[in-house]
Design a protein around this ligand. Structure first.
Ligand SMILES: [Mg+2]
Ligand SMILES: [Zn+2]
Length: 221
Protein backbone atom coordinates (compact mmCIF):
# COMPACT_ATOMS: atom_id res chain seq x y z
CA UNK A 1 0.00 0.00 0.00
CA UNK A 2 1.27 3.46 -0.85
CA UNK A 3 0.08 6.79 0.57
CA UNK A 4 0.73 9.73 -1.76
CA UNK A 5 0.64 12.79 0.50
CA UNK A 6 0.30 16.30 -0.94
CA UNK A 7 2.30 19.02 0.82
CA UNK A 8 0.91 22.56 0.39
CA UNK A 9 -2.46 22.86 2.10
CA UNK A 10 -2.40 19.19 3.13
CA UNK A 11 0.67 18.19 5.17
CA UNK A 12 1.52 21.90 5.49
CA UNK A 13 -1.43 23.89 6.77
CA UNK A 14 -0.91 26.70 4.21
CA UNK A 15 0.35 27.02 0.65
CA UNK A 16 4.12 27.47 0.96
CA UNK A 17 4.61 28.83 -2.54
CA UNK A 18 1.96 31.55 -2.08
CA UNK A 19 3.41 32.47 1.32
CA UNK A 20 6.88 32.63 -0.23
CA UNK A 21 5.75 34.93 -3.05
CA UNK A 22 3.79 37.17 -0.69
CA UNK A 23 6.88 37.66 1.42
CA UNK A 24 9.74 37.75 -1.09
CA UNK A 25 8.34 38.70 -4.53
CA UNK A 26 6.97 41.98 -5.85
CA UNK A 27 3.15 42.20 -5.85
CA UNK A 28 3.13 41.62 -9.62
CA UNK A 29 3.35 37.85 -8.91
CA UNK A 30 -0.42 37.98 -8.61
CA UNK A 31 -0.73 39.30 -12.17
CA UNK A 32 1.17 36.19 -13.32
CA UNK A 33 -1.26 34.07 -11.30
CA UNK A 34 -4.17 35.73 -13.11
CA UNK A 35 -2.59 34.94 -16.50
CA UNK A 36 -2.54 31.28 -15.48
CA UNK A 37 -6.10 31.30 -14.08
CA UNK A 38 -7.28 32.87 -17.34
CA UNK A 39 -5.59 30.05 -19.26
CA UNK A 40 -3.09 32.30 -21.08
CA UNK A 41 -0.02 30.56 -19.62
CA UNK A 42 0.49 27.01 -18.34
CA UNK A 43 0.88 26.11 -14.67
CA UNK A 44 4.55 25.38 -15.30
CA UNK A 45 5.18 28.76 -17.01
CA UNK A 46 3.34 30.46 -14.20
CA UNK A 47 5.45 28.82 -11.51
CA UNK A 48 8.67 29.47 -13.39
CA UNK A 49 7.92 33.18 -13.83
CA UNK A 50 6.88 33.53 -10.19
CA UNK A 51 9.84 31.68 -8.66
CA UNK A 52 12.19 33.87 -10.73
CA UNK A 53 10.58 36.95 -9.09
CA UNK A 54 11.72 35.95 -5.60
CA UNK A 55 14.42 38.18 -4.15
CA UNK A 56 16.10 36.64 -1.12
CA UNK A 57 19.24 34.68 -0.30
CA UNK A 58 19.45 31.04 0.70
CA UNK A 59 19.87 31.67 4.45
CA UNK A 60 16.75 33.84 4.57
CA UNK A 61 14.71 31.36 2.58
CA UNK A 62 15.81 28.33 4.60
CA UNK A 63 14.84 30.08 7.79
CA UNK A 64 11.44 30.77 6.22
CA UNK A 65 11.12 27.09 5.27
CA UNK A 66 11.88 25.96 8.84
CA UNK A 67 8.87 27.97 10.02
CA UNK A 68 6.40 26.19 7.72
CA UNK A 69 3.57 24.88 9.91
CA UNK A 70 2.71 21.22 9.49
CA UNK A 71 -0.60 19.59 10.40
CA UNK A 72 -0.11 18.77 14.11
CA UNK A 73 -1.98 15.48 13.65
CA UNK A 74 0.39 14.18 10.99
CA UNK A 75 2.72 12.49 13.53
CA UNK A 76 -0.01 10.21 14.91
CA UNK A 77 -1.20 9.39 11.41
CA UNK A 78 2.34 8.68 10.23
CA UNK A 79 3.13 6.44 13.20
CA UNK A 80 0.09 4.31 12.57
CA UNK A 81 0.29 4.09 8.81
CA UNK A 82 4.02 3.40 8.54
CA UNK A 83 3.37 0.04 10.26
CA UNK A 84 1.83 -1.31 7.09
CA UNK A 85 2.23 1.19 4.23
CA UNK A 86 4.78 3.24 2.32
CA UNK A 87 4.40 7.03 2.55
CA UNK A 88 5.68 9.56 0.03
CA UNK A 89 5.30 13.32 -0.08
CA UNK A 90 4.47 14.23 -3.68
CA UNK A 91 4.03 17.91 -4.37
CA UNK A 92 3.81 20.40 -7.21
CA UNK A 93 5.67 22.79 -4.89
CA UNK A 94 9.38 23.14 -4.10
CA UNK A 95 11.53 20.20 -3.02
CA UNK A 96 13.98 22.13 -0.86
CA UNK A 97 11.23 23.96 1.04
CA UNK A 98 9.55 20.63 1.82
CA UNK A 99 12.77 18.88 2.82
CA UNK A 100 13.79 21.68 5.21
CA UNK A 101 10.31 21.74 6.78
CA UNK A 102 10.23 17.95 7.16
CA UNK A 103 13.73 17.84 8.61
CA UNK A 104 12.80 20.54 11.12
CA UNK A 105 9.87 18.36 12.24
CA UNK A 106 11.74 15.07 12.57
CA UNK A 107 10.43 13.71 9.26
CA UNK A 108 13.62 13.77 7.19
CA UNK A 109 13.19 10.08 6.31
CA UNK A 110 10.05 10.66 4.22
CA UNK A 111 10.71 10.52 0.47
CA UNK A 112 9.92 13.78 -1.36
CA UNK A 113 9.04 14.20 -5.05
CA UNK A 114 8.59 17.82 -6.10
CA UNK A 115 9.86 20.51 -8.42
CA UNK A 116 13.48 21.43 -7.88
CA UNK A 117 14.31 24.77 -6.30
CA UNK A 118 17.61 26.37 -7.26
CA UNK A 119 19.30 29.11 -5.23
CA UNK A 120 20.89 31.98 -7.12
CA UNK A 121 22.94 34.75 -5.51
CA UNK A 122 19.89 36.82 -4.64
CA UNK A 123 16.95 34.86 -5.92
CA UNK A 124 15.67 31.49 -7.05
CA UNK A 125 14.90 29.40 -10.09
CA UNK A 126 12.95 26.18 -10.61
CA UNK A 127 13.23 23.03 -12.74
CA UNK A 128 10.79 20.20 -13.30
CA UNK A 129 12.32 16.72 -13.01
CA UNK A 130 8.90 15.01 -12.67
CA UNK A 131 7.13 16.69 -15.57
CA UNK A 132 5.09 14.39 -17.82
CA UNK A 133 4.20 15.94 -21.20
CA UNK A 134 1.63 13.21 -21.86
CA UNK A 135 -0.40 14.08 -18.72
CA UNK A 136 -3.27 16.42 -19.53
CA UNK A 137 -3.18 18.03 -16.08
CA UNK A 138 -0.09 20.01 -17.16
CA UNK A 139 1.45 20.23 -13.67
CA UNK A 140 5.17 20.40 -12.90
CA UNK A 141 4.84 17.08 -11.07
CA UNK A 142 2.61 14.39 -12.57
CA UNK A 143 1.40 12.69 -9.41
CA UNK A 144 -0.15 9.78 -11.31
CA UNK A 145 3.23 8.87 -12.84
CA UNK A 146 5.01 9.04 -9.45
CA UNK A 147 2.24 6.95 -7.87
CA UNK A 148 2.44 4.30 -10.61
CA UNK A 149 6.17 3.96 -9.99
CA UNK A 150 5.58 3.42 -6.28
CA UNK A 151 2.75 0.96 -6.86
CA UNK A 152 5.14 -1.14 -8.96
CA UNK A 153 7.28 -1.79 -5.86
CA UNK A 154 5.15 -0.96 -2.79
CA UNK A 155 2.04 -2.54 -4.32
CA UNK A 156 -1.54 -1.39 -4.39
CA UNK A 157 -3.78 0.15 -3.24
CA UNK A 158 -2.76 3.72 -4.02
CA UNK A 159 -4.15 6.14 -1.42
CA UNK A 160 -4.15 9.87 -2.24
CA UNK A 161 -4.35 12.57 0.44
CA UNK A 162 -4.66 16.02 -1.15
CA UNK A 163 -6.44 19.33 -1.41
CA UNK A 164 -6.11 20.96 -4.82
CA UNK A 165 -5.46 21.20 -8.53
CA UNK A 166 -2.21 19.26 -8.54
CA UNK A 167 -4.04 16.25 -7.04
CA UNK A 168 -6.70 16.08 -9.75
CA UNK A 169 -4.88 13.77 -12.17
CA UNK A 170 -4.18 11.18 -9.49
CA UNK A 171 -7.67 11.47 -7.97
CA UNK A 172 -9.00 9.67 -11.08
CA UNK A 173 -6.61 6.75 -10.69
CA UNK A 174 -6.06 6.31 -6.94
CA UNK A 175 -7.88 3.46 -5.22
CA UNK A 176 -8.80 5.64 -2.24
CA UNK A 177 -9.01 9.46 -2.16
CA UNK A 178 -8.94 11.67 0.93
CA UNK A 179 -9.89 15.19 -0.18
CA UNK A 180 -9.99 18.61 1.37
CA UNK A 181 -10.40 22.12 -0.06
CA UNK A 182 -11.08 22.44 -3.77
CA UNK A 183 -10.32 18.75 -4.34
CA UNK A 184 -13.66 17.95 -2.65
CA UNK A 185 -15.50 20.00 -5.30
CA UNK A 186 -13.43 18.42 -8.04
CA UNK A 187 -14.25 14.90 -6.83
CA UNK A 188 -17.94 15.75 -6.58
CA UNK A 189 -18.00 17.19 -10.10
CA UNK A 190 -16.27 14.13 -11.52
CA UNK A 191 -18.13 11.58 -9.39
CA UNK A 192 -14.94 10.32 -7.75
CA UNK A 193 -15.68 8.54 -4.43
CA UNK A 194 -13.72 10.23 -1.64
CA UNK A 195 -13.45 10.84 2.08
CA UNK A 196 -13.64 14.56 2.90
CA UNK A 197 -11.22 15.59 5.66
CA UNK A 198 -9.93 18.67 7.47
CA UNK A 199 -6.87 17.34 9.31
CA UNK A 200 -4.83 14.14 9.49
CA UNK A 201 -6.81 13.24 12.61
CA UNK A 202 -9.81 12.73 10.29
CA UNK A 203 -7.73 10.64 7.89
CA UNK A 204 -6.39 8.54 10.77
CA UNK A 205 -9.89 7.88 12.13
CA UNK A 206 -10.78 6.26 8.80
CA UNK A 207 -7.50 4.41 8.29
CA UNK A 208 -7.62 3.01 11.85
CA UNK A 209 -10.54 0.84 10.75
CA UNK A 210 -8.58 -0.75 7.94
CA UNK A 211 -7.07 -4.17 8.54
CA UNK A 212 -3.40 -3.69 9.28
CA UNK A 213 -2.22 -6.50 6.99
CA UNK A 214 -2.26 -4.43 3.79
CA UNK A 215 -5.87 -4.63 2.60
CA UNK A 216 -6.14 -5.28 -1.12
CA UNK A 217 -9.65 -3.99 -1.53
CA UNK A 218 -10.91 -0.95 0.32
CA UNK A 219 -14.48 0.15 0.05
CA UNK A 220 -15.14 3.89 0.16
CA UNK A 221 -18.41 4.75 1.81
MG1 LIG B 1 -2.00 21.18 -2.08
ZN1 LIG C 1 -0.71 13.20 -14.27
Amino acid sequence: MIFIIDFDGTLATKDTVDALLEKFAPATWEAVESEWLAGRISAVECMQQQIRMIKADRITLESFFRDIQLDPHFDDFHQHVSQFATLAVVSDGLDHAIKVALQHNGLAHLPVHANQLHFLTDGTDISFPHINPSCNAGNGVCKCAVAQNYAATAGKPIVLVGDGKSDACLAHRADVVFAKGSLIDYCQQHHIPHYAFQTFADVLSVVKNWPIDAPKELAVS
